[in-house]
Design a binder for this molecule. Structure first.
Ligand SMILES: Cc1cc2nc3c(=O)[nH]c(=O)nc-3n(C[C@H](O)[C@H](O)[C@H](O)COP(=O)(O)OP(=O)(O)OC[C@H]3O[C@@H](n4cnc5c(N)ncnc54)[C@H](O)[C@@H]3O)c2cc1C
Length: 579
């Protein structure tokens, strides 16, 4: 057992920002960062397009707030959004001071670009490798603090909870197979999203919803799990993202007839040059839904990897592509053997982001004393039913910092020592891992088969469009898969980098998360943002202007309750784009 004041789980953007905030808030505290991958391999590194914060003279905090609120289809908490837009510019400037090379205008001012659903230009960027530079800046800053100890490539399997309070985690050191408790007076979950629950996603392999399941099993509810974002432009087959920045710089979406089809979907009219309200910069939910309608009309192109439309960047020319979108050109050349300077890019919607997550307040606190969460794992919520592109990176910073400060305060005052119950739990977990998983060699089921079936079940039942029949079928299938997981085999008994064991643990977490998504989607009998029910077409503010909260009940099934949405200044209205 090793002890720290605060344990941060996750070394991505949110985790590093939280850790820095903790030691800056109280230099006496020592912090553990436990991460299943080396921090620079966290998914934040792959963010391309940029980070939104008000800086231009013609912009205002209220406009950023309103775009976020209407983009969320009024399901966000407006007090959280107000704090977010107010603190985001300071966070991005702070990163500049720590060394982040933001792209600049010729006169030296910070450059901003347009982004989907944002009616002003406010997305800061570092070419189209924003996440790499942002994460690197945070990582190198964190290295200054000797109070931060890193546990790189340690996999957290359980939260330690006693008398309704969190005391740390149990983790496996992947290089040795050692199973150990890492205790702390507060824990901050920064474990990112859960895109791998779906078969076709922009998310890295490591995004398996571990932190959501850890909190859920420990009794902290998850919020708004039915809201799953599809990004309109993924490369077919790999799901690799072609950033929205490609459309912000003036890219067009064309159907099989070469027609800019978005003009038929109430998202604006075609414009020859990039303009803020151009239809290609509609919000992601609407643009992805338009693709499904084009497919139904037979206006998409069939490929061995499913139907596609085209992203056209040819008119931008090599100079703009090479300076503003170099990574897009690199990805297309390497993965599709297509040069966007001369050729059309085939694209289709792909699962991208999780609006829901661990229910927290505006300071990252969950209902479980000592447990905090920030970043994609958490639901504060500023994203409601649909996140606007480029709001997530500043969210990690603003709420990573807030959660860090709140956890530091809690750890400074909280009771110190975990009691015997915590030690017993850690021993229990060690036994479970040794006996139930590492020694499970005679099962009849394979982890990979169950995972593939789960992913296809989720796409079929809880994809861009859902209805009661598909969701009920999905819930039944997930129950069956959970039973089969109990009979799954882990053939690899080695201690050193046992990736099969990790795959088994990740699958178990994903099954939990998938069940909560389907349960919440079934209960929400309306269509809002990214949650579109073909059997309940309209938005129903009377019944469903509420967050879903999902708890794990005693029988091991999800139980859904509701929580009012916080409205401060912007009463619900129609979402209007392109007018
Ligand atoms: C391809 C892509 C492009 C994107 N582009 C943009 C963009 O341009 N702008 C924008 O605003 N947003 C963008 N996003 C979204 C945004 O990047 C993510 O939401 C955000 O980076 C998530 O950061 P995080 O710190 O919450 O989690 P992550 O960066 O995913 O980090 C999670 C951390 O948790 C650790 N972890 C997880 N489980 C465990 C466990 N069981 N034990 C120990 N450690 C664990 C991992 O090791 C990792 O360090 C993009 C996302 C993708 C996928």
């Amino acid at each position: 057992m090793t002890s720290h004041d605060v344990v941060v789980v996750g070394g991505g953007g949110a985790g590093l920002r939280a850790a820095i905030a903790i030691v800056q808030a109280d230099p006496r505290l020592n912090v553990a960062i436990v991460s299943k991958v080396y921090p620079m391999r966290s998914h934040t590194v792959s963010a391309e397009g940029g980070a939104a914060a008000v800086i231009a003279a013609d912009d205002s905090l209220d406009e950023h707030a309103y775009d976020t609120v209407s983009g969320s289809d009024w399901l966000c908490d407006q007090d959280a959004v107000e704090a977010f837009v107010a603190e985001a510019p300071g966070e991005l400037l702070q990163l500049e001071h720590w060394g982040c090379p933001w792209s600049r205008m010729p006169d030296g001012e910070v450059a901003v670009r347009a982004f989907g659903g944002m009616k002003k230009m406010r997305t800061w960027f570092a070419a189209d490798k924003t996440g790499f530079h942002l994460l690197h800046t945070l990582f190198q800053t964190s290295l200054q603090y000797e109070q931060i100890t890193r546990y790189d490539e340690w996999y957290v399997t359980r939260l330690l909870v006693d008398e309704n309070r969190v005391y740390g985690v149990v983790a496996i050191e992947l290089a040795t197979g050692r199973i150990q408790a890492v205790t702390g007076r507060a824990v901050v979950l920064c474990t990112g999203g859960c895109g791998r629950v779906f078969p076709f996603t922009t998310n890295g392999n490591i995004k398996t919803g571990d932190g959501m399941a850890l909190a859920y099993r420990a009794g902290a509810p998850l919020k708004d799990m039915e809201f799953i974002q599809y990004h309109p432009t993924g490369l077919p087959f790999t799901g690799i993202l072609i950033t929205e920045a490609a459309r912000a710089e003036g890219g067009w979406l064309l159907n099989k007839d070469g027609y800019r089809y978005l003009q038929d979907y109430d998202l604006g009219t075609p414009s020859p040059t990039p303009v803020l309200r151009s239809m290609e910069l509609g919000p992601r939910d609407r643009v992805s839904q338009a693709f499904v309608h084009e497919q139904e009309k037979g206006r998409t192109v069939d490929t061995p990897y499913g139907p596609v439309v085209y992203l056209d960047l040819r008119h931008l020319g090599a100079k703009v592509i090479d300076t503003k979108l170099p990574f897009v050109r690199e990805l297309c050349l390497q993965y599709e053997r297509i040069d966007p300077v001369h050729e059309l890019i085939p694209v289709r919607p792909v699962q991208h982001y999780m609006m829901g997550g661990v229910h927290t307040d505006i300071d990252g606190a969950t209902g479980l004393p000592g447990l905090y969460a920030a970043g994609e794992v958490a639901c504060v919520s500023i994203n409601g039913a649909n996140r606007l592109g480029s709001n997530s990176l500043p969210e990690l910073l603003v709420f990573g910092r807030r959660a860090g400060i709140a956890a530091a305060e809690f750890a400074a005052t909280g009771n110190t020592d975990p009691g015997p119950a915590v030690r017993a739990q850690a021993a229990d977990e060690r036994r479970r891992l040794e006996r139930d998983l590492l020694a499970r060699r005679d099962g009849r089921e394979r982890i990979a088969d169950i995972r593939t079936e789960m992913q296809h079940t989720m796409e079929g039942s809880a994809g861009i469009y859902r209805d009661a029949a598909s969701l009920v079928k999905g819930a039944d299938k997930l129950r069956e898969l959970r039973e089969r997981f109990g009979k799954a085999t882990v053939e690899d008994a080695s201690r050193t980098f046992n990736t099969e064991l990790v795959a088994a643990l990740e699958l178990e977490f994903m099954l939990d998360v998938a069940e909560t998504m389907v349960a919440c989607a079934l209960c929400r009998q309306e269509s809002r943002g990214a949650h579109q029910r073909t059997d309940f077409r309209g938005r129903d503010d009377e019944r469903f202007l509420t967050h879903s909260l999902v708890f794990l009940d005693r029988a091991g099934s999800p139980r859904v309750e509701y929580l009012p949405v916080t409205i401060t200044r912007w009463p619900p209205a129609e979402r209007v784009y392109g007018r």
